[in-house]
Design a protein around this ligand. Structure first.
Ligand SMILES: NC(=O)c1ccc[n+]([C@@H]2O[C@H](COP(=O)([O-])OP(=O)(O)OC[C@H]3O[C@@H](n4cnc5c(N)ncnc54)[C@H](OP(=O)(O)O)[C@@H]3O)[C@@H](O)[C@H]2O)c1
Length: 250
């Protein structure tokens, strides 16, 4: 159970091999139990090995975002084994916007992981945290959720849905002992973005992780990473469409 000093005992990472997710666990430094839920792979095993010194118990559990029917059973089994203080939803794929525009099936396949699968895990996680009576749900959204732009609006549409779900859950769970933080990173240097041209204010997973851990301690509902993106996106969202269209980033 999360202590009065804000310490975390147990974390469940959905998308167990996620570089940002693993960095978030390192920043939270759970004292008892870490569960990495993901597709079996060398990356998942490597993540478990990397975190092995943090907590006495580090487990990997099979989780496929596309296998919706298994989500309830899988998450209930993890909670049945002991309380979970923080659930982090990190499963997602970026894909290629140029492919999506010519192959709508590929676009929908991306949304089945990045929106549908992540949303399913978030809803199951929220229900289990609520039943437990305490805990925190972290949802990795993106600045791409803030305003659609030609370079990545299909991925942005999936993140917009997930972002709205997170904000809705945050409202709906008020007073239940469960908090929700929606994190909106910009361009983060991980395997997801390897080989892509970096965007302004690009950052690293440990920066996103430190911001997320702090947001959870402070029960902040929305966090941008890096922090100045909050103001940049505030301006971008407020721009009239004709001006926004002329920006090089759109
Ligand atoms: N990197 C960025 O610039 C950036 C910016 C904003 C938001 N985000 C979001 O942050 C989250 C983590 O991204 P990251 O940068 O840490 O990238 P990452 O290391 O590639 O993590 C993505 C995770 O999603 C998992 N995943 C993909 N398809 C799955 C499926 N069908 N079932 C279960 N898990 C699946 C991957 O597992 P496998 O190993 O099995 O593929 C991996 O664990 C994502 O939601 C991403 O959209 C990233």
């Amino acid at each position: 159970m999360r202590s009065g000093l804000g310490g975390v005992d147990s974390v469940l990472l959905i998308g167990g091999s996620s570089e940002i997710g693993v960095a978030i666990i390192e920043a939270m430094a759970p004292r008892q139990r870490i569960v990495l839920a993901g597709r079996p792979s060398g990356e998942l095993d490597a993540a478990a090995a990397r975190l092995a010194t943090l907590a006495p118990r580090v487990d990997t559990v099979d989780f496929d975002a596309l296998d919706l029917d298994s989500h309830g059973r899988t998450l209930a089994g993890i909670f049945g084994d002991g309380d979970i203080d923080v659930v982090v939803i990190a499963a997602g794929v970026l894909g290629d916007q140029t492919v999506f525009e010519t192959d709508p099936r590929a676009a929908i396949e991306m949304t089945r992981v990045t929106y549908t699968g992540a949303a399913s895990a978030a809803l199951h996680g929220a229900a289990l945290l609520r039943r437990q009576g305490h805990g925190h749900l972290v949802i990795l959204s993106s600045v791409a959720a803030d305003r659609p732009r030609p370079a990545n609006f299909v991925y942005g549409s999936a993140k917009s849905g997930l972002d709205a779900l997170g904000r809705g859950l945050s409202q709906a769970l008020t007073g239940t002992g469960v908090d929700v933080t929606v994190v909106r990173p910009g361009f983060v240097r991980t395997r997801m973005t390897r080989g892509l041209t970096e965007a302004p204010l690009s950052t690293d997973a440990d920066v996103v992780a430190a911001i997320t851990a702090r947001a959870v301690r402070k029960r902040q509902r929305i966090a941008y990473a890096p922090a100045p993106l909050k103001y940049v996106m505030g301006v971008i969202k407020a721009l009239p469409e004709p001006i926004f269209r002329r920006l090089p980033l759109s």
